[in-house]
Write a protein that binds this ligand. Structure first.
Ligand SMILES: [Zn+2]
Length: 83
């Protein structure tokens, strides 16, 4: 598992359109009612499926909604392929 430093929004936006993977964890600006900030991606499509890492409830967000709510990409599911 690879841990990213806090990344600026200018970098995240193009990344999230192409580089999200199932299992990636993101941190949203606003906490879930349960108090959790971190969400794991379980589905990628026209909408992004996110599971709260604290209470494990699942929600679907459009890519646009996610872009507005996202604070930082916290960690990546796996090493990217090299070469
Ligand atoms: Zn929650």
């Amino acid at each position: 598992m690879r841990v990213f430093q806090i990344i600026t929004w200018d970098i995240i936006l193009p990344m999230m359109m192409s580089d999200f993977q199932i299992g990636d964890v993101v941190r949203l600006r606003k906490a879930h009612p349960c108090g959790g900030f971190e969400w794991q991606i379980f589905r990628l499509g026209a909408d992004i499926g996110l599971e709260c890492q604290t209470c494990h409830r699942r929600v679907m967000l459009s890519r646009r909604d996610l872009a507005h709510r996202m604070k930082a990409l916290v960690m990546h599911a796996e090493e990217p392929p090299k070469g």
